[in-house]
Design a protein around this ligand. Structure first.
Ligand code: SF4
Length: 739
């Protein structure tokens, strides 16, 4: 049997073709007809069968008794939660229970949509997610400029002539905050039609190796490079807003604010010569179709929001925002807030509606920084976190100072993990609720079509039968909602889901709610929410008013998906700012420039560390699959030959990396692919902790980069952790290999 489904492992969302026999995956290849990925898949997608069959993947709920996990029935697991969770809320209030959401949540509609419902039911202010580890700056900058958190422009790679990539490696990632399957193929096509790719990165990344030009940049120096470019655009009279002139405000404030950031002034701080900064500005301005794309490296630093903002400021000032071949906005078929409400105007975004208790970090997009989680558990007082529900998250490995997080989790009165693995974080739980194989549930992407290289709509029915008696993750979450609402662990999940859907529809549709509910009655769970979102979305049938419009039934009948066309200009319709304009100079960002100004002359540390992405890895949770873990070890620390000589490091030897009192031991890889003064180590490793069940990963555990990073370092606007560009020391370990 052949089944088609969207890969749930990363943002590229490739369409796959699965061969299935007797409930087992016999082959995986790219689905040639897929309207978004056209047959592409990467090694991670090919390993989906191993994930399905992984003997370490949990198949039954676990409850910790006397310090050891024991398998229990689903009823016993939820009874344990019902016994322990409501008393904590009753005694200490809603904020006593934290929600912690990991990256895979974004790839599973059941977790994303029903996780949000559980958060609402809990009414807790203590919400944390992986967003404040690597992407909140981009969302915050987009929110201030365009009025919504997911109105993030992406390069129109199919038509651009110049793609400038800053702090990103799409050849390995296939896009991040940019859904671009087969980036390699699209980059080749770009170059074949005469276009150019410039990569700016401290490392000669896989993308840099295929680029027409690579410039090294000092880690954390992005904001200074970008300010130098903006300064040049104004100083050299290169600004041309074109069609957007009537839709942009703040140009004057912006020009005044960047006056001090001439290329000569920022060159030392970013490590790029003034002449090159000017050249970049002129090249971007002179190229008819060009896009600047910034990602992880620009976000995971102390100026993350400033850098993310300046990327789109440059796209705007050079006339490339919302233009074909420039940085454009997708128009998703469902769940996109920038397709709802009144086109062209809105409430914009608000931050700081509350602050974390201990560090006083502002709430952003409903969340507090992940780097505040441990202290909010440890610190007594009103609002202290006493229980946590962790959904597909592994902050012990993926957040700075994970050891502190692990110790804090052990202080909780109750920790519940929804996780398919007994990993470095879930081992601290009292109850683990594992989802079944993702191949046994339907799949659609809630967020990523809003960031896609092309407008498409796709849906995958379940490819396999779910295991008998094993609830879907959304059903587990409904059951938790039942417990939180006082309806008990034995709540009728289907009936409560009907109630929740009816409440949502009543809010959105008012008097039309009964008609709308009747029209979607064939669907349940996340499918019903998709049907509602599709039919009321920009391509939808409006519940019968537009007969040709989209419905879920039409998507189900199109296993390769439905193509909705290339990206098209959306300004002003997309805007949801109170002014109805693109805000070029949001006050909080202009004010934050003072920090950058004061930092212009900071001395450069002798050695700093950055992360990196590999095609066969994605954060911490794919290291247990033999297909991905085999071959050359990919967790070594890259060191430039000059630094290696200075520090007496040997290729293949071991070294100690220290930052303050914290230390990790790493394998050394000496390579001129990294710039002098910089060490690169991928994050998500460190699988040597006791009490986990990740046998393949434990064979080559690697070192946990985040273990040495500082949880007090964050971008003050977005709360995003600073994961790169921090000073370290490195020394050989005096073993036989280093002697
Ligand atoms: S790039 Fe790989 S992991 Fe990502 S969606 Fe495609 S096949 Fe899956």
């Amino acid at each position: 049997m052949i089944a088609h489904r969207i890969c749930p492992l990363c943002e590229a969302c490739c369409g796959l073709e699965l061969g299935i026999e007797a409930g087992q995956i016999t082959s995986i290849r790219g689905h040639d007809a897929d309207v978004s990925s056209a047959g592409f898949l990467c090694p991670k997608g090919a390993a989906l069968g191993e994930l399905h069959a992984d003997p370490d993947r949990l198949r039954a709920p676990l409850v910790k008794r006397d310090g050891a996990f024991v398998e229990v029935s689903w009823d016993e697991a939820f009874a344990e939660i019902e016994r322990r969770l409501p008393p904590i809320r009753a005694a200490h209030g809603p904020n006593a229970v934290a929600m912690v959401l990991g990256n895979p949540t974004a790839h599973k509609a059941g977790l994303l949509l029903y996780g949000a419902r559980l958060t609402r039911a809990l009414g807790t202010a203590n919400v944390f997610s992986a967003s404040t580890l690597d992407q909140m700056p981009k969302q915050l900058a987009a929110g201030w400029m365009f009025g919504h958190w997911l109105s993030v422009p992406v390069p129109d790679i199919a038509r651009t002539e110049l793609l400038v990539i800053l702090g990103a490696n799409p050849m390995a990632s296939n896009g991040s905050m940019w859904t671009v399957p087969d980036f390699r193929g699209k980059a080749k096509a770009l170059q074949a039609r005469g276009g150019k790719i410039i990569v700016i990165d401290p490392r000669v990344t896989e993308t840099a190796k295929h680029a027409d030009r690579h410039l090294t940049i000092r880690p954390g120096g992005d904001v200074f490079l970008l300010l130098g470019i903006v300064h040049t655009l104004f100083a050299d009279r290169l600004v041309k807003l074109g069609r957007l002139a009537a839709h942009v405000v703040g140009q004057g404030e912006l020009e005044a604010a960047v006056a001090e950031f001439a290329p000569e002034r920022v060159a030392a701080r970013c490590g790029i010569e003034a002449v090159t900064i000017r050249e970049l500005a002129h090249q971007l301005a002179a190229t008819e179709r060009a896009a600047l794309y910034g990602r992880i490296g620009t976000c995971t630093q102390e100026y993350g929001t400033l850098a993310s903002w300046l990327v789109d400021v440059i796209n705007t000032l050079t006339g490339h925002l919302d233009e074909p071949g420039g940085a454009m906005f997708a128009k998703a078929a469902a769940f996109a807030a920038n397709t709802l409400g009144t086109p062209g105007i809105g409430k914009g975004i608000t931050t700081g509606r509350r602050r974390s208790r201990v560090a006083s970090a502002p709430e952003v997009f409903g969340e507090l920084p992940m780097t505040c989680l441990a202290e909010e558990i440890e610190t007594p007082g009103e609002g202290q976190i006493r229980a946590a529900i962790v959904i597909a998250g592994n902050p012990v490995l993926s957040a700075p100072n994970g050891a502190r997080i692990g110790a804090a989790l052990d202080q909780l009165e109750l920790m519940i993990s929804l996780d398919i693995y007994l990993n470095e974080t879930s081992r601290h739980a009292d109850v683990i609720l594992p989802g079944f194989s993702s191949l046994a549930e339907p799949h659609f992407d809630v967020a990523f079509p809003q960031l896609a290289w092309r407008n498409t709509a796709r849906y995958s029915p379940a490819a396999l039968e779910p295991p008998a008696g094993h609830p879907a993750e959304w059903q587990m979450l409904v059951r938790l909602i039942g417990i939180v609402k006082g309806r008990g662990a034995a709540v009728d999940v289907a009936a409560l889901d009907d109630e929740l859907a009816a409440e949502d529809v009543a809010r959105a549709a008012g008097p039309a709610a009964p008609m709308v509910l009747a029209q979607v009655s064939q669907w349940r769970g996340p499918d019903r929410l998709l049907e509602l979102a599709l039919r009321s979305g920009p391509y939808g049938d409006r519940f019968g008013m537009i007969p040709d419009g989209l419905t879920l039934a039409k998507l189900v009948a199109a296993p390769a998906g439905i193509d909705l066309g290339e990206l098209a200009p959306r300004i002003p319709e997309l805007l949801r700012t109170p002014s109805g304009k693109v805000e070029l100079a949001p006050p909080a960002l202009i004010a934050d420039l003072a920090r950058a100004r004061a930092d212009l002359d900071r001395a450069v540390p002798a050695l700093v560390i950055i992360g990196r992405r590999h095609l066969r890895s994605n954060n911490s949770w794919m290291h247990n699959l033999p297909m991905l873990a085999s071959g050359k070890f990919r967790g070594a620390a890259m060191v430039h030959p000059l630094d290696a000589a200075r520090l007496a490091l040997r290729d293949g030897g071991r070294a100690r990396i220290t930052r303050g009192e914290r230390m990790i031991e790493v394998e050394v890889e000496i390579t001129s692919d990294i710039m002098p003064g910089v060490v690169s180590l991928p994050h998500g490793w460190g699988h040597a902790q006791p009490g986990t069940q990740l046998r393949v990963a434990a064979e080559r555990p690697g070192a946990n980069l985040n273990a040495i990073l500082d949880d007090a370092l964050r971008d003050p606007l977005s709360g995003n952790a600073v994961l790169g560009g921090v000073a370290i020391e490195m020394a050989p370990i005096a073993d036989f290999g280093n002697s």
